[in-house]
Design a protein around this ligand. Structure first.
Ligand code: ME8
Length: 475
């Protein structure tokens, strides 16, 4: 049995169809998961949806549907997208799942309660449904939340508060010592700065009468768990924590939580605090990626600049979307994506790049070699492994592109299609070498473009040309 490797995506709010940002986090985690499987490790990839939120209730109302009906529809769109993108998840968790998720969330709550870290307080605050969090007066611009353009609700109610503040020093120690790694350093510094200012206690529940969805607080039917408390618990509830713990024992602590920069504080402060309180191990690493913007601004429905992943998939194919996300979105900074930048990259990388290379090499091989090349099982380049070990999916994709360009240059320099007339033996040797090089590229494509990887391998094994171009040029 290989080493175990547990990787997660955020669980997404299903209050609208999935967009490129959701696709990015998930493709990111899938590339890393496939790479670790390739290394022979036993991998568990978790994704899912965060359903216990008023956002969903509101969206369902706006669509004139019941919450369940609405969720069934949107969740199936998430699942279709992930299937289309070849996301090799081991589990898709839904936090409305009272059998799979609730027992774990409740077991974790009870441990925090036993530690004496809950306190029921009467609380008055400004609640932003967009954030699903209380916000402060200082954060408002002209009385509205600048991120969501909406005035917060003034809530006066009883909440259970989690005494997060008392864990500030311990969380800081875990991050400073590297027991809990935060990648990249800029995000690590950001969270350390926040910890230096000290953490405040956080509301972990809401009155049951005021929220229509949510996990009931154990032994207090008047309260339901508040979104983040139950959402973060998904990373262990999915492994059967608090019920059948076989998966939990095998895979926890997580090797990596892949998240976007907007939810850093929840993952690098609140989540470690909950685990410390419960006496459970902390995740080993949190990998924080940037945002995909479009035309320089955050994708937003009102601005009309949302790029729909399904539209790109139907025009270019899912493999092209995966490769674009790996190669042209910086893992740790914000990156811009427009329809025209996508097309340009597709034509350069895949139509003229990889697709053309496969056609040229396999055409020469099929014409001039009598039988398939016996390709050696050569190792994957160390630089490629290093890149993926460091969660640098862009570097890995760059290495593939460099290898494609290097093989192209080799064809130009050696011109085996001409040489074959004067020195057949030498020409054949070069073509064989090119096929071996192509096979090496296919091996690296396993985590990035799994279908293309298999297609190229099959062409090499059968010594044949693709019937249609792998990546037809788009005008
Ligand atoms: O925050 N670019 O859910 P969410 C890149 N349910 N990534 C993006 C993005 C963009 N423009 N927009 C969103 C939640 N994302 C909570 C999480 S986890 C226990 C609970 C990605 O649907 C990115 O990973 O708002 C971000 O962190 C996540 O989607 C937020 O998704």
């Amino acid at each position: 049995m290989g080493k175990s490797f547990y990787i997660t995506t955020p669980i997404f709010y299903p209050n609208a169809n999935p967009h490129m940002g959701h696709a990015y986090s998930t493709v990111f985690a899938d590339i890393v998961a496939r790479y670790h499987r390739l290394k022979g490790e036993e991998v568990y990839l978790l994704t899912g949806v965060d359903e216990n939120t008023e956002k969903v209730v509101r969206a369902a109302e706006a669509a004139g549907k019941s919450t369940d009906e609405y969720l069934a529809h949107v969740v199936s769109n998430f699942k279709t997208l992930f299937a289309d993108l070849s996301i090799s998840y081991d589990q898709f968790i839904r936090t409305s799942d009272a059998e799979r998720h609730w027992p774990g969330a409740i077991a974790l709550w009870k441990k925090i309660e036993v530690a004496g870290d809950f306190e029921k307080r009467s609380y008055r605050g400004l609640y932003c449904v967009g954030h699903e969090a209380f916000i402060t007066e200082k954060e408002l611009v002209d009385g509205t939340c600048p991120d969501h353009g909406e005035a917060p609700q003034v809530l006066e109610e009883e909440n259970y508060f989690f005494k997060l503040s008392k864990y500030t020093a311990q969380i800081k120690e875990h991050i400073e010592s590297g027991k809990l790694e935060i990648q990249p350093d800029t995000r690590r510094n950001e969270i350390l700065a926040l910890l230096s200012r000290g953490l405040e206690d956080v509301s972990f529940s809401r009155p049951a009468g005021k929220v229509s969805v949510g996990v009931p607080v154990p032994n207090d039917p008047s309260q339901k768990m508040y979104v983040w408390c139950d959402a973060l618990a998904n990373y262990i509830s999915a492994l059967g924590f608090g019920q059948n713990e076989a998966l939990y024992t095998k895979f926890w602590p997580a090797d990596a939580h892949i998240i976007g920069k907007d939810i850093l504080r929840f993952h690098a402060a609140i989540w470690p605090g909950m685990l410390l309180s419960a006496g459970l191990p902390l995740p080993k690493k949190i990998v924080v990626h940037g945002f995909i913007t479009s035309g320089g601004t955050k994708m937003s429905k009102t601005l009309g600049n949302v790029v729909d992943p399904q539209q790109l998939i139907s025009e270019y194919g899912a493999e092209a979307v995966r490769f674009y996300l790996a190669r042209h979105v910086s893992p740790f900074e914000d990156s811009d994506l427009t329809l025209s930048s996508f097309k340009e990259a597709y034509n350069a990388d895949l139509a003229n790049g990889l697709g053309n290379l496969v056609s040229r090499i396999m055409k020469m091989a099929a014409t001039h070699l009598g039988k398939p090349v016996a390709v050696p099982e050569q190792a994957i380049p160390q630089s490629f492994m290093d890149a993926l070990d460091a969660y640098h999916i862009q570097k890995a994709a760059d290495i593939v592109s460099e290898s494609i360009a290097a093989l192209d240059r080799r064809i130009q320099e050696t011109e085996p299609f001409k040489l074959v007339k004067t020195d057949k033996q030498k020409a054949e040797a070069i073509i064989e070498e090119l096929v071996v090089g192509l096979y090496a590229i296919a091996r690296m494509l396993n985590p990035l473009m799994p279908d293309t990887c298999e297609k190229i391998k099959a062409l090499v094994r059968s010594n044949s040309t693709p019937e249609t171009p792998l990546f037809p040029r788009k005008e």
